[in-house]
Structure formats: C-alpha cells, structure tokens
Design a protein around this ligand. Structure first.
Ligand code: FUL
Length: 496
C-alpha cells in the first residue's frame, strides 16, 4: 500500500492543476466586467421602446390655451366624439410603443374622476360626468399592445392649497390613485414647471414654492417605486430618465446615457431647479445612468388648436428628429394632441403614418447581414463574443474583446458592391456605456477612406451621410476605457 502522505500530496497537486485550468478557462469565458453606472431593469425595458407618444388633452383643448389658469369651468370639457380606439389605434399604426397621457396639466383639471377633487371629468357634461379618459386610454393601450404612462403636473393652478403642505398630501393621493387603478404604467412624467400665479380656489394670486424642498421628491417618488416598481420616473433630474433640456425633439451630440445633475447654487437638484441645458449632452462617466428623453409636439402647441392645423410637422422633418433623438441614444416622445372631438386629426395621423413608412423604408434591409464579419480581436476567441452576434436577432448577444483590447476593428466584406448612407450601432447596455469614440471607413480605390468619426453610442447611434458605394467597410473603436461590447451593426440606404 502506498504511503497515505504521498497519495494526499498527489491528490492535492491534481486538484491544484484542475483549478488552474478551470480558472484560466473561466477567465476566458467570463463576460467583460460591467462599466458602471449601469441601467436598472426598468431602464433597460424603457430603452427598447425608443419612440412613443404624448397626449395633451384637457380643458385647454376647448379654450385654446396652453397653460390654463385653473379658473375654467369643468363644463367646458365636452369632447363631441371621444374615441380612445381611434387615438391609440393611430399611435399604434404609427409604430409608437406607448402613450403618456396628461392626466392633470397645470390647470389642475383631472381627466379621471379623482376622489380628491371635483375639478375633473365628473363635473363635466361629457358622458354626463360618468366618463374617465384615463381608463379609456389605458384600456385601449392594453388592447393595442402599447404601454401606458401618466403625466401628473406637480403645479396645480386650481387647488386652493397649492404652496402649502396640504397640497403635497393631495398630490400624493392623486399619484396613488393613478398608479393603483389603471394597470401597469411604464413611465411617470414629472414636469419642471411649478409655482407662479394661478386661480388657487379663487385666491387669484402668485404662489412661489421652494423647488428644491417643497415636493420632497425622494418621498414622492417612493410612491412610484412602491406601486409601479417597473415604471421609470422622468423629470429634469430623472432619477431614471432625464429631460433633454429642450422641447425641440433634439438630443445633443454627444448624448451620454450617464448624467450628474447640478444646480447653479448649493441646493439639491430637483425638477425646475437644475442646469437643465446640461441634459442635452449628459455627462460622460456621470454619477447616474439617466438617459435622455426628447419631448416635442407634432404641432407648435402641446394642446390642439385648430389654427395650427396647417403647421403639423412634416414626415421628413419627423424622420430628421428621429435621427437626432433615437439616433443619438435618447428616446423620442412625440406629442399628438387629440382635438375637440377627442380624436387625432387627419393632418396629424397622415403625417404620422407617412413618417412610419419613411422609417420602414430606411430600416427595411440591413446590408450588414450580407457581409462576412471578422474582428481584430474576439474575447477568448469564443463564439459567445463573436462579431456574428452583431447581425443576429438576439438583444442578449454582443461582440466583445479581451480585456486588454480597447480599440479593436471590425471588418465587413461583401461579395458584391453595396450602397448605403446610414450606419446604425448599438452598445450592449447591461455592461454600461463603454465606447467614447469610433470611426468608420470604406474601401475605395485600394485604400481606406474615413467617412465618419463620432462619439457616444449607447442604446443607438444613427449616422447619416452621402451614399457610399463599396465592397468593404471597417468600424474602428478609437477610444474606450475598457473592452467594447457592441450588440448591433446596421448599414442601410435611405432613398432620396
Ligand atoms: C412643459 C409644460 O409646461 C408644457 O405645457 C408641456 O406639458 C410640456 C410637455 O412640458 O414643461
């Protein structure tokens, strides 16, 4: 019989070698370490939506105002032919993934029969005071497969207690009502306009509030977390989605998904109290994952006004906005206000559908799918991180490199010449926003010609230029603090 000490040593050595092998191997197959800050599960779901609609509807629709003072009688609210199916069906046909409804705008009028005020649809002649716009729109969203979101204006120019602590109680009660009774909500929209003159139950005066403390946002937002944990919270300062800092539908370039909100003084950044212009670009390596949303109206006003029927944004213009919002890693929140009937007008719906057809035309054929894809480096030389992942229909797959390779190249070779003028790139967001800068070359007259050099990618980067004819293109990551993780590449041709 062998010496037990020898057997023990032998076994030890054996285990040691196996563990080295396993650890080498697992080093290789591990995905890259995430590069924080990182998106939450709710933010990742929201990123996928990219394009959704806004519905501004209420007393202003009937009075021609944009910011009602809070003194208009609920009797004025009387849509003659309200049709939630027509509104939501139009948004659905336009390719929108959700709708956010102004359940209460600054005038304080509620589109649902709130238990906490009479200043609502229940005091209107519409459906003899038995109607509920929030219910009808949210149910139609479920029917058409759209997500539903709510806008509850923090500023209320009707409420007698606005400016006092009692109003916060009222506001939170309303928030609870909306988040409890109308099914799943994907986004809760908190506006930054608050405080100023108003009716305030007849006081008819100016009421200023301390924007950094009055709403005690931390605790108000807790209600959203509690009642709708899958929803994202939008405001000038997120915490999940930030205002892009303008109402033109255009993100900055670059537009980082990360952001550190700051104020001009030492106060706490809150909605209405932040250097909002910084939201356009965000903050590279900022403190929070807080991507931008670009809100814009299809018309000059947020509410429907008949005299703006000839000023509806044109399909080509909307496509341009799409490139400058979604194409810069942000989302596009396009307002389509129902008219006095309670329907989307013809002018708006035909431009929306035309805009959808334009997008379909551009993104129908991804030429990159015809290419042979090779990369200067593939993480661990494993299929799991292969560049082939860039053209398959699986959002969980991506191309990545070994940890020490930060600036790799990707080659796309075609059997025949291709013509494209749009490049689309997407990063694999669960691992953070990793890439700082990239360039794109085409092969022409036996040499590489650079056609693009850009910065942020994030959820999506769309580049558009002149039509390029070639049989070989190259993506170069030229600045990145870590190994990149890219999930999609697209080459498209937008026809003139
Ligand atoms: C702004 C509001 O004051 C406008 O009326 C509109 O609702 C827009 C979306 O947000 O801050």
């Amino acid at each position: 019989m062998k010496n037990p000490a020898f057997i023990f040593r032998y076994l030890n050595l054996w285990f040691f070698s196996i563990s080295i092998l396993v650890s080498c191997n697992s080093n290789k197959i591990n995905p890259p370490d995430p590069y924080p800050p990182l998106p939450s599960a709710a933010q990742l779901q929201w990123h996928k939506m990219e394009y959704y609609g806004f519905l501004h509807f209420g007393l202003n629709t009937f009075t021609g105002q944009e910011w009602g003072y809070g003194d208009i009688s609920p009797e004025e609210f009387n849509p003659t032919d309200f049709n939630a199916d027509q509104i939501v069906g139009t948004a659905s046909a336009a390719g929108m993934k959700g709708l956010i409804l102004t359940c209460k705008h600054h005038d304080g009028f509620c589109l649902w029969p709130s238990k906490f005020t009479d200043y609502s649809v229940k005091s209107s002649p519409w459906k003899d005071g038995k109607g509920d716009v929030v219910k009808e729109i949210s149910e139609a969203c479920t029917k058409y497969g759209l997500k539903f979101g709510v806008y509850l204006s923090p500023w209320d120019r009707n409420h007698p207690d606005y400016g006092k602590p009692e109003y916060i109680e009222y506001y939170r009660n309303q928030l609870r009502e909306l988040l409890s009774n109308y099914g799943p909500v994907f986004e809760v929209w908190f506006d930054g306009a608050n405080g100023g003159n108003g009716w305030y139950g007849g006081a008819d005066e100016e009421r200023k509030i301390d924007r950094s403390t009055y709403y005690d946002w931390e605790n108000t937002w807790k209600i959203v977390r509690e009642l709708q944990p899958d929803a994202v919270i939008f405001s000038d300062v997120g915490p999940d989605v930030r205002w892009v800092g303008n109402e033109n539908g255009i993100a900055g370039d670059p537009c980082w998904a990360t952001y550190t909100p700051v104020t001009t003084d030492s106060s706490n950044p809150t909605p209405g109290n932040v250097k909002y212009q910084l939201g356009q670009n965000g903050t590279r390596n900022g403190e929070f994952w807080m991507p931008a949303e670009c809100d814009v109206s299809i018309r000059p006003g947020w509410f429907y006004h008949e005299d703006q029927d000839s000023l509806v944004k044109l399909p080509k213009y909307l496509l341009d906005l799409y490139f400058k919002s979604v194409g810069r890693g942000a989302s596009l929140l396009l307002n389509i206000p129902p008219d006095k009937r309670g329907r989307i007008t013809k002018a708006d719906s035909s431009n929306l559908i035309e805009f959808k057809l334009l997008r379909d035309q551009v993104f129908k054929t991804n030429l990159a799918q015809k290419a042979k894809l090779t990369a200067s480096n593939v993480r661990g030389e494993l299929d799991e991180f292969s560049p082939l992942n860039l053209v398959i229909d699986d959002p969980e797959k991506y191309w990545s490199t070994d940890d020490i390779i930060h600036e790799p190249e990707l080659l796309l070779e075609f059997e025949n010449m291709v013509v494209f003028n749009v490049i689309s790139l997407q990063e694999y967001l669960p691992l953070g926003q990793r890439i700082d800068r990239w360039a794109f070359d085409i092969w022409e007259n036996d040499q590489w010609i650079q056609i693009a050099e850009e910065t942020s990618i994030g959820n999506k980067r769309l580049w558009k230029g002149k039509p390029q004819t070639t049989n070989k293109v190259r993506l170069r990551v030229i600045e990145s603090p870590v190994s990149p993780a890219i999930s999609k590449i697209g080459l498209f041709l937008e026809k003139p």
